[in-house]
Design a protein around this ligand. Structure first.
Ligand SMILES: C[S@@+](CC[C@H](N)C(=O)[O-])C[C@H]1O[C@@H](n2cnc3c(N)ncnc32)[C@H](O)[C@@H]1O
Length: 216
């Protein structure tokens, strides 16, 4: 661990947005899944949510992710409706990307609030029941011959609007993670091979000095 690498880890963690996330509902193509996680990393999403496709497993990561899958956690859910309700119970507004009578332009919602963007499967989109349960439905206006965007493009468009609003609100200027959580993640990111051992033994992580070296 070089001091420069540790400094980068702390800088990235100090900009993570634990109150911004996505829920991928049966996004089944590895290049889409990977591209969405890469955008999540870029805008500071700490943890993404996903309902695996009917085949059972989450898509594997491919080169499209860069190394984003190492820096963005993925929580699995058995179904989208249950996941929507769980997030709402934690006071997260769920914005379903879905064309309906009540759809808003994607730039209208307040993304400085705890927010989850619900993204649909490539073939079927977001289910009607999950869209109805969501707090709002949002769309990216389209004026072409084709009816929809690629899901990873839609995710990037919306997440960068969230980033724009959060930058304007100063949410990248001060850490959004609690100090203890930031320290915990800094150790896990700096020492991914050591961290599991400490967890298995139920021991607290050791303190690191300012350069990210283990204190003796
Ligand atoms: C290829 S589209 C799904 C098309 C599907 N046939 C349908 O009717 O919804 C895959 C996903 O990309 C996102 N998406 C695509 N175009 C969008 C748009 N214009 N506005 C918002 N989200 C969009 C949504 O999450 C959508 O579920």
């Amino acid at each position: 661990m070089t001091p420069e690498r540790y400094e980068k880890i702390r800088r990235v963690l100090s900009r993570r947005q634990p109150t911004l996330t996505v829920l991928m509902d049966e996004v089944n193509k590895p290049h889409n899944f990977s591209a969405i996680l890469r955008t999540c990393d870029a805008v500071g999403v700490l943890t993404a949510h996903a309902v695996p496709p009917k085949s059972g497993a989450l898509p594997t990561f491919d080169a499209t992710s860069g190394s984003a899958h190492k820096w963005v956690g993925v929580v699995k859910h058995p179904d989208a409706l249950g996941a929507v309700r769980q997030l709402q119970a934690q006071d997260v507004q769920v914005l379903a990307t879905h064309l309906s009578q009540r759809s808003l332009d994607y730039r209208e919602p307040d993304y400085t609030r705890p927010t989850c963007v619900l993204l649909g499967a490539e073939k079927w989109g977001v289910s009607d029941e999950a869209a109805e349960a969501a707090d709002a439905n949002i769309v990216i206006p389209m004026f072409g011959m084709v009816q929809s965007l690629n899901v990873s493009v839609a995710a990037a468009t919306i997440l960068f609007e969230a980033q724009r609003q959060r930058l304007a609100a100063g949410m990248y200027a001060t850490p959004q993670l609690a100090p203890a959580e930031l320290e915990r993640l800094a150790f896990e990111w700096a020492y991914p091979d050591l961290a599991p051992g400490y967890r298995e033994r139920g021991e607290p992580y050791p303190a690191l000095d300012e350069a990210g070296q283990l204190r003796r």
